[in-house]
Each structure stands twice: as structure tokens, then as C-alpha cells.
Design a binder for this molecule. Structure first.
Ligand code: HEC
Ligand code: HEC
Length: 268
């Protein structure tokens, strides 16, 4: 130890030590700067983008973009490139249109809003100190979350009934995904009750398997599947038990999501 101090006392070596420290600092700052310049964000556009993100992306990339079943977008080169070059979605839009599993056709305005939201989100996460694990999901305000639940969820759920113990049944990340998108991820999924009425008035009822503009596929109560062409005169009526959830998706703010997850996690 003593020897080392002595060694560093040599003026030339001391200079090298400080120079290398200085160089390392400069490199670190310029690297950080090159990767994360401050990109200005239009708050109104970012809010629009957040709605799109929550509806279309969060179920796979996580409520805050830090990853779920799909990767962390905070470190995505596509997103960072968009942000760094201020591309406002010009490359993101074609990516989201043609790179499986994505098949989103966004207008220029929507792509711009998504870009602004992703940029704002990265700025925010970097400011708050980024880490790889979703550890901040439950540091919201549980009391506010309980109030939100009472106002928006309690007509269909009960904290002492079907939601009792929900916080103990799954990891926090899974819990957040489950209440935002209850028909995805682990656990039960309720079928969409479907009635197809043929031109001759005959009806077929069952659970929806798949539907697009051309065909509707239904599984009847005996487990048989039927595919019917959606020609003129064929009417399809569906009752999706998750309709109430889809409607709420447009309303959640970041804070609501944070608070409700924190609250649900206390139901153990
Ligand atoms: C059905 C799940 C799913 C949805 C929904 C989804 N993604 Fe992805 N995304 C993936 C998968 C899978 C990959 C490729 C593998 C990975 O990164 O995990 C990916 C990759 C990406 C990448 C490239 C990541 C990189 O490494 O650079 C970006 C950017 C991206 N998604 C953005 C979005 C945006 C924005 C939305 C919403 C408009 C969205 N995704 C919706 C599943 C999804
Ligand atoms: C209009 C009715 C309705 C509203 C409002 C509603 N939900 Fe649901 N929710 C459902 C239905 C129906 C299901 C599927 C039934 C089931 O799986 O128990 C469901 C499923 C869930 C699940 C998954 C349950 C499980 O064990 O798999 C969670 C968690 C959940 N909702 C939380 C919430 C929260 C939190 C809110 C408020 C922000 C909310 N729901 C608002 C109807 C609603």
C-alpha cells in the first residue's frame, strides 16, 4: 500500500493518474451525451402518444416501456435512433407496420405522437435513475389507488370478493399486466359470447375463436368449431366481457396505473 502511494508520488505518474481520470470522465459524459441528448418533447403530442402506447404496446413492452413479455424500449436502438435524430416516428412507423409481430398502420400524426411519448418516457426514466428491473411498480400511492378502484372498478369487482388476495397470486409485473389487460398473460380468460345469424334466420351461438372482415369462427358448446363467411345478410353479435376494461384504457394516466398497481399489490 505504502509502496503504491510512493509510486504515485512520482510527478509524472501522478499526472497520468489524473489525466486518465479526466479522460474517463470526459468519455463517460460524451458517451452519455451522444446516446442521450436532450430531445424536446411536445406535451400534447406525448399525451396522445401515451394513449396509443397504453392501448397498443404496453401489454408486451410493459406499462412504462421497461419491458414485459417483449423487450425494454428504453434501450431499443430503433427508439433511441428516432429520439436522437428527432425523426418523429419516420422510421418507427414503417418498423411498426412491417416487423412482426407488429402490424400497426399509423398515420403520420399518430407516429409522431408515439415518438414524442417514447421520447418523453425515456427522458423521464433517465431522470429518475434507470435500472433493469421493474422495481418501482408498487411505490405509487395505495390510498389513491384504493379510491380509483372504488370509483372505477368496484362496480364489477370487489376487494374482498374476486380481487381478494390478487396481490399474492402473481408477481407485481404480472399483476400490472393482468389488470390492464385481463385477457392476456397468465390466468383465466373469459370467452367472447358470439351469436351468428344466417340470412335464413338460423343462429349459431358459441365462443368467438377468430373474426376478421371475411370470416367468423365460433366454437359451440360441444367444442366444435364453425367458420362462416361474412357474406351479405350474415349478422354477428358479440358480447366481450372485457369491454369495460377496453374503455378504461383510454382514461388511465401514468399516476392511475401506478397507484392502482400499488393498491392491488396490498390485497394479499
Ligand atoms: C404482441 C406483443 C407486442 C406488441 C403489442 C408490441 N410489440 Fe414491439 N416487439 C415485440 C416483440 C416480440 C419484439 C421483438 C423481440 C423483443 O424485442 O422482445 C418487439 C420489438 C420492438 C421494437 C424493437 C426493439 C429493439 O430491440 O430495438 C420496438 C421499437 C417496438 N417493439 C415497439 C413497439 C411499439 C411502439 C408498440 C406499440 C405501437 C409495440 N412494439 C407493440 C412484441 C410486441
Ligand atoms: C365493466 C366491468 C369491469 C370494470 C369496470 C373493470 N373490470 Fe376488471 N374484469 C372484468 C371482467 C368481466 C373480467 C374477467 C372476469 C374474470 O376473469 O374474473 C375482469 C378481469 C379483471 C382482472 C383479472 C382477474 C383474474 O383473476 O384473472 C383484474 C386484475 C381486473 N379485472 C382488475 C380491474 C381493475 C383494477 C379495474 C379498474 C381499474 C377493473 N378491473 C375494471 C370487468 C370489469
Amino acid at each position: 500500500m505504502k509502496k503504491r502511494v510512493e509510486f504515485l508520488r512520482h510527478p509524472f505518474l501522478r499526472q497520468i493518474k489524473w489525466l486518465s481520470l479526466l479522460a474517463a470522465t470526459l468519455l463517460a459524459t460524451s458517451a452519455a451525451h451522444a446516446q442521450f441528448p436532450r430531445t424536446p418533447v411536445d406535451p400534447a403530442a406525448a399525451t396522445g402518444g401515451q394513449a396509443i402506447y397504453t392501448k397498443d404496446c404496453a401489454k408486451c413492452h410493459g406499462a412504462d416501456g421497461r419491458g414485459g413479455s417483449a423487450s425494454d424500449l428504453v434501450r431499443s436502438t430503433v427508439v433511441l435512433h428516432d429520439r436522437r435524430e428527432n425523426l418523429l416516428g419516420k422510421e418507427l412507423a414503417p418498423f411498426l407496420k412491417s416487423t412482426p409481430p407488429h402490424k400497426f398502420s399509423y398515420t403520420d400524426k399518430q407516429a409522431q405522437e408515439l415518438s414524442q411519448y417514447l421520447t418523453a418516457n425515456i427522458n423521464r426514466i433517465l431522470r429518475s435513475g434507470y435500472d433493469d428491473h421493474p422495481t418501482h411498480l408498487t411505490d405509487g400511492d395505495a390510498t389513491a389507488g384504493a379510491a380509483y378502484f372504488a370509483a372505477n372498478c368496484a362496480k364489477c369487482h370487489s376487494a374482498t370478493g374476486d380481487m381478494a388476495g390478487v396481490g399474492g397470486r402473481m408477481s407485481t409485473a404480472a399483476l400490472q399486466q393482468k389488470w390492464l389487460f385481463p385477457n392476456t398473460g397468465i390466468g383465466k380468460k373469459q370467452p367472447v359470447a358470439t351469436t351468428v345469424t344466417m340470412p335464413n334466420g338460423k343462429t349459431l351461438t358459441g365462443d368467438l375463436v377468430r373474426m376478421d372482415d371475411f370470416t367468423v369462427t365460433v366454437r359451440d358448446k360441444d367444442g366444435m368449431t364453425h367458420s362462416i363467411s361474412r357474406t351479405a345478410g350474415v349478422r354477428v353479435k358479440t358480447v366481450d366481457p372485457y369491454e369495460g376494461h377496453y374503455k378504461l384504457l383510454d382514461k388511465y394516466t401514468d399516476a392511475d396505473i401506478h397507484n392502482v398497481t400499488t393498491y392491488l399489490d396490498t390485497l394479499k
